[in-house]
Design a binder for this molecule. Structure first.
Ligand code: IPM
Ligand code: MN
Length: 360
């Protein structure tokens, strides 16, 4: 029996709906394994701006700091799309959260489901056996460097800064992950142009010496973006910077054919956060049609991080069972589709009652 404190940030758009389903899978695991999960809630994003005037209120930071894990729904509201000048943007909440808790490694696994290959814009033969993980640096680089304007606003700049220690800590995580997988790691950078990329290369080469079993390779970001479409199955672990990782992980997310299925983890030294890769999808909010699997699989990543491997596998097994039986939400273009909450309930039953088959 284990006790864990989880802070839940439902956020905006479909966030609260998918989080409600993720919670059901947490409850199901608590029931099956007799664990004790204590859930606490806090505001973030547009929802937080409305409630408190800030996208990342003090109280949210406090609750996140003391949690064993944070579970986030989604952030963003089209209402703010025109207001780029303002600091009061929902995304500001997410960027502050990452920085304050030093969630320096964003981890996004990309895997293809056999019976969904027709949804991928890529040909079936290209996406067969795709199974890789992106390790994106999350608290440094151009996202957080000095930014500003001069010449009366006519010239703008964004500084890209990386330190050896920032690179080393995520490189170690990525190499460790490679050791548990197919032992291949590819650093994606722009070392032919950028000084920060040259530092990345030298630090990663240094770290690589400690992992002689890992086959380390290097690609420039432009080439990597192309190869990811052309032969994505070659990748195992991709390690990259904040901005390149942001772009590459969106590119990667179309390979499996649905954004709705992808989970992610953001790891720091003392904190960790789990969230589906999809955004707030405002058009679907409140309609009970969103795909909860990304959020539910994020819960599996959370259990794995807690070193509850069995529990993680249990959640993944439940999702796999639904996928295999074609029990899916509308976005996956099945004829008979299930609602977001129906899928959440079903996943609960599969886990709690240890079902091996589903009576449709
Ligand atoms: C992501 C998002 C964020 C990012 C935005 C919302 C600030 O695109 O998590 O990938 O750019 O990191
Ligand atoms: Mn992004």
């Amino acid at each position: 029996k284990q006790l864990k404190n989880i802070t839940i940030l439902p956020g905006d758009g479909i966030g609260p709906e998918v989080i409600a389903q993720a919670e059901k899978s947490i409850q199901a695991i608590a029931y099956r394994y007799n664990h004790d999960f204590s859930l606490d809630y806090a505001f973030i994003g547009a929802h937080a701006i409305e409630e408190t005037g800030s996208p990342f209120p003090e109280e949210t930071l406090r609750k996140c700091r003391k949690a064993d894990a944070i579970l986030l729904g989604a952030i963003g509201d089209p209402k703010y799309d025109e207001k780029f000048e303002s600091d009061l943007r929902p995304e500001q909440g997410l960027l502050a959260l990452r920085k304050q808790l030093q969630l320096y490694a964003n981890i996004r696994p990309i895997k293809v489901y056999d019976n969904l290959t027709h949804l991928s814009p890529l040909k079936e033969k290209r996406i067969k056996n795709v199974n890789f993980v992106i390790y994106r640096e999350l608290t440094g680089g151009i996202y957080y460097g000095k930014k500003g304007r001069y010449e009366n606003g006519k010239i703008a700049y964004d500084h890209c800064v990386y330190s050896e220690s920032e690179i080393k800590r995520i490189a170690i995580l990525a190499f460790e992950a490679a050791m548990d997988r197919r032992k291949k790691l590819c650093l994606v950078d722009k070392a032919n142009v950028l000084e920060t990329s040259r530092l990345w290369r030298s630090v990663v080469k240094e770290v690589a010496k400690k992992y002689p079993d890992v086959e380390t390779s290097f690609l420039y970001i432009d080439n990597a973006a192309m190869q990811m479409m052309n032969s994505p199955a070659q990748f195992d672990i991709i390690l990259t910077t904040n901005l390149f990782g942001d772009i590459l992980s969106d590119e990667a997310s179309i390979i499996p054919g649905s954004l709705g299925l992808l989970p992610s983890a953001s790891i720091g030294r003392n904190s960790c956060l789990f969230e589906p890769v999809h955004g707030s999808f405002p058009q679907a909010a409140g309609k009970d049609i969103a795909n909860p699997m990304g959020a539910i699989l994020s819960v599996a990543m959370m259990f794995r991080h807690f070193e509850m491997e069995q529990e993680a596998l249990e959640v993944e097994r439940a999702v796999d069972l639904c996928m295999k039986e074609g029990i899916m939400t509308k976005d996956l273009e099945v004829e008979v589709h299930y609602s977001c909450s129906q899928l959440g309930d079903l996943i609960y039953s599969i886990i709690a009652e240890d079902l091996e088959q589903i009576n449709k």
